[in-house]
Design a protein around this ligand. Structure first.
Ligand SMILES: Cc1cc2nc3c(=O)[nH]c(=O)nc-3n(C[C@H](O)[C@H](O)[C@H](O)COP(=O)(O)OP(=O)(O)OC[C@H]3O[C@@H](n4cnc5c(N)ncnc54)[C@H](O)[C@@H]3O)c2cc1C
Length: 478
């Protein structure tokens, strides 16, 4: 078992709670855990149990001090329902966790963590191409199941990101310009509500509308998703890096890709190093055409400086290996904004000016542009809860650090992140991506939800009037 100090940290986070903490600890110990276990087909994992340390850890280690009082390893929607009801009966805060990749650690709690990882099945109706995914399935489960079938959904690059978080908050990926966001492919979902009822959402149910892009953790716990897949064939992928003339290359890539067909998905990163080497530009991309066609498209950037890296064509899922990222747990903050206008030379100059001013942690920082547009913008902002339907790019600034980064260094770097972000907002002109959820935002309701906010608040009031599903940036009942 954990010692008293570790347990207190687990229950109440890093803050010293004094007498209140001791009282809380005693209250947690008095909870009827054994009776709870009898109500579940899955296990309950408590501090000190095998697996607790691994299951409790979020992807963003910045929030790793907050540990759950207990973890319900759910196997079914009924387990999820029993967990919600038990937590409510005992006055315990609850939170759902699927992949644990919330940027802001919103799937951590000092109460009950409802862990969905064992509900990770993926099945396919061959006649319709509709995939049924368990509420705890991750990108990696989708990769494994679809690999032999040449089918896909819009997915991310990191195998451990949960489909629940991804799809409920939108879901961007290299397929989005050709096939829309993950949430656009959601045709039904099973959800457990705050009162423990299990509902299947289909058609024009406004709760299904809300599940298509408002963000995880707001309305209930989704225990399965029906997603319409599409066929995929051979594709060209690239992972190219330019070490010379980064600003000119970046401007050229942005300019070229603005005119690219929808069958090209891309991400451009300008990387500010941690050490003394120079700035780099990286292009990751996926294209339905040939390698020669892609190189021809990028001729202007190739003419500025030759990149290193790979351009190759292969079967869809084999080619994805070039693009995949491990997404290991780390200490970080990322801040995003949608860019609604073309990015001109003045905007690029602002971005590079801030990157040059990077105060530096032991890790590189980056400004990333995910190319949006295409099919994402074929829908109106009100068609689904995902409101950002006018953008050309999603910009994101990443700051990473180590566990032993001195406090002053971290403060200095966070101040840089904040100032860079403030400079980006007026250039970008769009909102912030609710899946790159950002605890520093003050205008988060408008930034994430824009003109859909009022409808989302009304739905929240109907399905969760007392705010059982709650976190710092949760949609409030209106
Ligand atoms: C390494 C990395 C790579 C990423 N790549 C991409 C990408 O390619 N495209 C993209 O769009 N985003 C990407 N993201 C962002 C990602 O989509 C969000 O962080 C998403 O919320 C993570 O989902 P999760 O299930 O892994 O996280 P969790 O932390 O488990 O959940 C996120 C939120 O959803 C809630 N939730 C979890 N499960 C459920 C459920 N079953 N029902 C209802 N609510 C639930 C949680 O309580 C929490 O509020 C990435 C993030 C990381 C860290």
């Amino acid at each position: 078992m954990l010692n008293r100090r570790e347990f207190l940290r687990g229950v109440a986070g890093a803050a010293a709670l004094g007498a209140a903490g001791v009282e809380l600890l005693a209250a947690v110990r008095r909870l009827p855990w054994e009776a709870f276990t009898r109500r579940l087909s899955g296990r309950v994992v408590l501090p000190g149990d095998r697996g607790y340390a691994e299951f409790a850890l979020p992807n963003n280690l910045r929030y790793s001090a907050l540990r759950p009082a207990g973890i319900a390893m759910c196997k079914s929607a009924r387990d999820v329902s029993a967990s919600i009801l038990w937590a409510r009966e005992n006055g315990v805060a609850l939170v759902a966790r699927s992949g644990g990749h919330s940027y802001a650690g919103y799937s951590t709690t000092s109460g009950l963590m409802i862990d969905m990882r064992e509900m990770n099945s993926v099945s396919l109706d061959e006649s319709t191409g509709v995939a049924i995914l368990g509420g705890g399935a991750r990108n990696g489960n989708v990769f494994d199941s679809f690999r032999s079938r040449n089918l896909a959904i819009t997915h991310g690059r990191c195998p451990s990101v949960g489909i629940a978080g991804l799809a409920l908050g939108g879901g961007i990926g290299f397929n989005m310009r050709a096939h829309g966001l993950t949430c656009d492919q959601m045709i039904a979902s099973e959800i457990v509500l705050a009162d423990g009822t299990i509902q299947t959402l289909t058609g024009d149910d406004d709760l299904l509308w809300a599940c298509r892009g408002a963000g995880g953790g707001n309305f209930g716990i989704n225990t399965s998703f029906a997603l319409q897949t599409f066929e995929v064939g051979p594709i060209t992928v690239c992972d190219l890096t330019w070490d010379e003339e980064p600003e000119r290359v970046f401007a050229s890539l942005v300019n070229t890709l603005e005119r690219a067909p929808r069958t090209l998905g891309s991400k451009i990163s300008a990387i500010a190093p941690s050490g003394s080497s120079g700035m780099k530009v990286q292009l990751l991309g996926q294209f339905a055409g040939t390698p020669a066609g892609l190189r021809e498209m990028l001729a202007d950037a190739y003419a500025i400086a030759p990149p290193s890296g790979v351009v190759t064509r292969d079967q869809y899922w084999k080619a994805q290996q070039v693009l995949s990222e491990p997404g290991h747990a780390a200490y970080y903050q990322e801040r995003s904004r949608f860019f609604n206008d073309a990015i001109d030379h003045r905007a690029v100059a602002v971005i590079f000016d801030w990157l040059r001013r990077y105060p530096k942690t032991a890790k590189a920082a980056a400004f990333k542009l995910f190319q949006t547009g295409g099919h994402v913008n074929d829908k109106k902002p009100s068609d689904t809860a995902f409101v950002h339907r006018q953008s050309r790019w999603l910009g994101s600034i990443d700051l990473y650090w180590e566990h032993d980064t001195p406090g002053d260094t971290l403060r200095h770097n966070l101040a840089w992140l904040s100032a860079f972000y403030e400079a980006m907002v007026p250039i970008a002109k769009g909102g912030a991506y609710q899946n790159f959820i950002d605890p520093s935002l003050t205008d988060w309701k408008a930034a994430y939800h824009g003109s859909n906010l009022e409808k989302l608040e009304a739905i929240k009031k109907r399905v969760d009037p007392t705010g059982v599903f709650k976190f710092l940036e949760a949609i409030p009942p209106s």
